[in-house]
Design a protein around this ligand. Structure first.
Ligand code: FES
Ligand SMILES: [Fe+2]
Length: 337
């Protein structure tokens, strides 16, 4: 993979958590397109191109007047479709006074946008993460931008053997890297599944403190990656040698290419135990944020290194890379479509 891979445009990408989109304008860049997001009085999320047609001032740095956006520079005013309905100092609004708008779909507390051909946007194609807003689950979440190519974050998430080395003392234990994986690829659907089942493993603090299990555990990690954007890690923990009690944690990542060399890392940890316990929520939020920042730091460093490589350097792949390589193949195919 080159340092900056091409993006698949005709796909849904997560631009924000639902909770981030409200009565204030939010600026995000998806596939290199600057977007201004906000929510109408009726509660509908809107995504407009984030550049005023007049002198290109960012609408995300402007203000809302009801459901309309008033440019913060000279007051050009846009409705939810991006059509300009007011300009200062004259009655006539030029016919070309409009900014682009993007299809939006809000599913499972994620705000998805479509940057490609508008006619091809089908919200039914959005992959689901029902635990994020599901009954019986509690979720902590966040987002970190990373100064690396989208592909580096996909590689990172597809191979969890790095937990042992990069996240030791947090979520990594020796058994993660020691245990072989099984990989299943559905090329046509664009889904990669990677599983690692540890029968008798050390319990890392992430699970010891959240579940209360003392001693060794059975730990199962089942990844489902719905290319290009949604990644689910179904994590199941029980005491070693037992199936119960079973603690299920759904770890969600939405991986959104912002621009070449920049990616949004949306993360969430959902659990179906201790659901009303604020102490467990606080612990998991801090613990996962720490883990995410370890990845962010590593990927920032890695990208700087790759940027100085001469063309044609040779990577070396082994068994642990099977899922990541399958993901790269699928992403390359989607980008070429
Ligand atoms: S740049 Fe927006 S009104 Fe002038
Ligand atoms: Fe990691």
């Amino acid at each position: 993979m080159t340092a900056h891979s091409a993006f698949a445009r005709n796909q849904w990408y997560v631009a924000a958590w639902s909770a981030e989109v409200g009565g204030d304008l939010l600026g995000r860049t998806v596939l290199g397109e600057p977007i201004a997001l906000y929510r109408t009085g009726e509660g509908r999320a809107v995504a407009l191109a984030d550049r005023c047609v007049h002198r290109r001032f960012p609408l995300s740095r402007s203000r809302l007047d009801g459901d309309k956006v008033v440019c913060g520079y000279h007051g050009f005013t846009y409705d939810t479709t991006g059509t300009c309905v007011f300009v200062p100092g004259q009655k006539r609004v030029p016919r070309t006074a409009r900014v682009g708008s993007f299809p939006v779909a809000e599913v499972d507390s994620l705000v998805w946008v479509w940057i490609g051909d508008r006619d091809a946007a089908d919200p039914a194609a959005i992959p689901r993460a029902p635990h994020l807003a599901g009954e019986g689950w509690t979720t902590v979440s966040g987002m970190e931008p990373v100064d690396c190519d989208f592909g580096l974050l996909v590689d990172n998430l597809m191979d969890l053997s790095h937990e042992t080395y990069l996240h030791g003392g947090h979520i990594g234990t020796p058994e993660v890297a020691e245990t072989p994986i099984t990989t299943e690829v559905d090329e046509e659907a664009g889904v990669v599944r990677v599983s690692r089942h540890m029968q008798d493993a050390e319990c890392p603090p992430f699970y010891a403190r959240s579940t209360g299990i003392e001693g060794r555990i059975r730990r199962r990690q089942d990844i489902e990656y719905f290319a290009p954007c949604l990644y689910l890690l179904h994590s199941r923990i029980s005491p070693a040698g037992q199936d119960a009690p079973l603690f299920e944690t759904e770890i969600t990542y939405a991986i959104t290419p912002s621009a070449p060399g920049r990616v949004y890392d949306f993360w969430a940890v959902s659990r179906n135990f201790a659901v009303g316990d604020p102490e467990v929520s606080g612990f998991l939020r801090d613990a996962n944020h720490t883990v995410v920042m370890q990845d962010v730091d590593a990927l920032n460093v890695l990208q700087r290194c790759l940027d100085t490589e001469t063309e044609g350097y040779q990577e070396l792949s082994i068994n642990i890379d099977t899922g990541g390589l399958a993901a790269r193949r699928i992403l390359a195919r989607l980008a070429a479509q």
